[in-house]
Design a protein around this ligand. Structure first.
Ligand code: GDP
Ligand code: MG
Length: 162
């Protein structure tokens, strides 16, 4: 079976935008896997000719009470089912309490985790991205899921871990 890459992060950081960017670039087949919950949606993807399964997480109602914990729980399940993880943080807002909760969970996993500092649409955001070294998850990779900036470099690194 193809290796599995999970995209995790709190709501609104740009996970689905990143997934669409990865799929669109390679014109991958979008495939609804039967039986998946709305918490995780799997797609067949490809990078440099190598197939992998790309898992978008989210789709839950972040307005509900106690959703912070549920989001982290669901991210944890996605991590357990994955071979590698991209953790997406919004570099323009910096880490929130929900991000910090996920960081604690991700620091415990033995799966490879890459930290994507998203919404770095131009060079001015690079400094904000560098501040995410403080999360203790290693090097933050500045990307713009919206514009595609840095996504190819990130995926090259991901494929080394998958
Ligand atoms: P998700 O909840 O993590 O899946 O986030 P979405 O992909 O739905 O994106 C949330 C919002 O952030 C949307 O309004 C996106 O257009 C915006 N967004 C996503 N990526 C970027 C980015 O790289 N730059 C900017 N400026 N906005 C982005
Ligand atoms: Mg989404």
């Amino acid at each position: 079976p193809a290796p599995v890459l999970a995209i995790v992060g709190r709501p609104n950081v740009g996970k689905s935008t990143m997934v669409n960017r990865i799929l669109g670039r390679r014109e991958a087949v979008v495939e609804d896997t039967p039986g998946v919950t709305r918490d995780r949606v799997s797609y067949r993807a490809e990078w440099n000719g190598r197939p992998f399964t790309l898992v978008d997480t989210g789709g839950w109602d972040s307005q509900l009470k106690g959703m912070g914990n549920r989001i982290t729980e669901q991210a944890e399940i996605a991590v357990e089912l994955a071979d590698a993880v991209v953790f997406v943080v919004d570099a323009t807002t910096g880490p929130t309490a929900t991000d910090e909760g996920m960081v604690a969970m991700l620091r415990k996993t033995r799966k490879p985790v890459l930290l994507a500092a998203n919404k770095v649409d131009d060079e001015r955001g690079e400094l904000q991205a560098a501040e995410l070294w403080s999360l203790g998850l290693g090097e933050p990779y500045p990307v713009s899921a919206m514009h595609g900036r840095g996504i190819a470099d990130l995926l090259d690194l991901v494929m080394e871990k998958l």
